[in-house]
Design a protein around this ligand. Structure first.
Ligand SMILES: [Zn+2]
Length: 363
């Protein structure tokens, strides 16, 4: 059996850490390209520039328009090359970060630094970028030359953002253990080019345990926009443990069902983490989870305000065809549902979704 482990070269997390950026990247480059939205430039641009300047580094700026597309990647590569940039910084929620990773890879693997401005998903630490077309449809998942060289999480910045983003991050992180466990049991291959190791499974379990223990207080802190030890613990779970956990532990039905909901227009406003949380409930049905486990997960989902029924995802007019399309998409051979059990059928997934909808809707 082969196991594989991968992760970011360095992970730094703490309040005010952004102001030490220049110190951390001292050996990574001299001229940086910062990729982020105009809004995030306003939030952190001056601090990035000032910190780099203190280390005698300079920074150019690429204005990210909102989509991690081939065009955006090519434009940023061109700008970086024209200005002689030797390292890339991506700051944002998910798509700007992914763009930075792709730019670094397309420039021959120059250093990439990731600064998440919200903790809404498990992308920052991962060595994969999801590329979209201009219509917002996924084109492919691009595997990186290597994971980001530095992921720098300033919890002061995370705490300043609306708490809904952290709730989405909790949804994405909640599934990490269950998906890794499914892969561990089935021997599925992970993105770290091996099977799920006991190390990855343990990190994923730690992620779940931290969420159960600290989420209520972390959410209070996020609502008050203050950094507490509970918030720090949950951010570590959502950004580091969930990222390394999914890449080294593997994905299963929860993420496949999330992908399937892309086909339902009523669910388009639901975030990745919201869809993954609902997908996890479906996975637990497919696994015939013990009542105690089901109840713990459902209680958590309701406590933090993640979706437990189709209506919560925005699907108020439930059409059988739509839900069958989700089930069908989740069962194509390339999808991760097979990592739960190889012979899961579309009918099983459809029935599981409808059962969750019926059970999850009740308090
Ligand atoms: Zn995810």
């Amino acid at each position: 059996m082969t196991i594989g482990l991968k992760g970011p070269g360095m992970y730094i997390q703490g309040e005010g850490e952004l102001d030490k950026l220049g110190k951390y990247v001292r050996k990574m480059g001299n001229k940086f390209l910062l990729i982020c939205s105009p809004n995030n430039k306003k939030r952190i641009g001056d601090r990035v520039r000032f910190s780099l300047k203190n280390s005698e580094k300079t920074v150019e700026y690429y204005e990210f328009a909102g989509e991690c597309s081939k065009v955006a990647i090519a434009e940023a590569v061109h700008l970086a090359a024209a200005n002689g940039c030797d390292a890339i910084i991506g700051a944002g929620g998910g798509k700007a970060i992914d763009t930075a990773k792709a730019v670094g890879t397309n420039m021959g693997g120059i250093p990439v630094i990731i600064i998440p401005t919200i903790a809404s998903n498990d992308s920052p630490c991962a060595g994969v970028a999801v590329i979209y077309n201009d219509a917002g449809v996924v084109v492919k998942a691009l595997m990186m030359y290597r994971n980001p060289d530095l992921v720098l999480v300033d919890t002061g910045i995370i705490a300043a953002a609306p708490e809904k983003y952290l709730v989405s991050g909790m949804g994405d992180a909640l599934s990490t253990y269950f998906e890794a466990r499914a892969c561990y049991r089935s021997g599925a291959k992970t993105m770290a080019r091996g099977t799920c190791s006991t190390t990855a499974l343990t990190l994923a379990k730690l992620c779940y345990d931290i969420l159960l223990k600290h989420s209520a207080k972390a959410l209070e802190a996020a609502k008050a926009h203050i950094v507490t030890s509970e918030l720090e613990a949950v951010v570590e779970a959502c950004v580091y443990l969930s990222g390394v956990g999914f890449e080294c532990g593997g994905l299963a039905a929860a993420h496949a069902i999330n992908d399937g909901f892309a086909l339902v227009s009523q669910a388009h406003k639901a975030s990745h983490g919201q869809k993954v949380a609902f997908g996890l409930l479906v996975q637990l049905q497919l696994e015939k989870a013990l009542p105690e486990e089901w109840n713990t997960v459902l209680k958590y989902i309701k406590m933090v305000g993640l979706p437990s029924c189709l209506g919560d995802l925005g699907i108020t007019d439930v059409q059988e065809d739509d839900i069958r399309n989700v089930a069908k998409a989740a069962c194509v051979p390339t999808q991760f549902t097979k990592n739960v059990r190889a012979d899961i059928t579309e009918d099983e997934v459809y029935n599981a979704i409808m059962k969750v909808n019926a059970m999850g809707g009740h308090t």
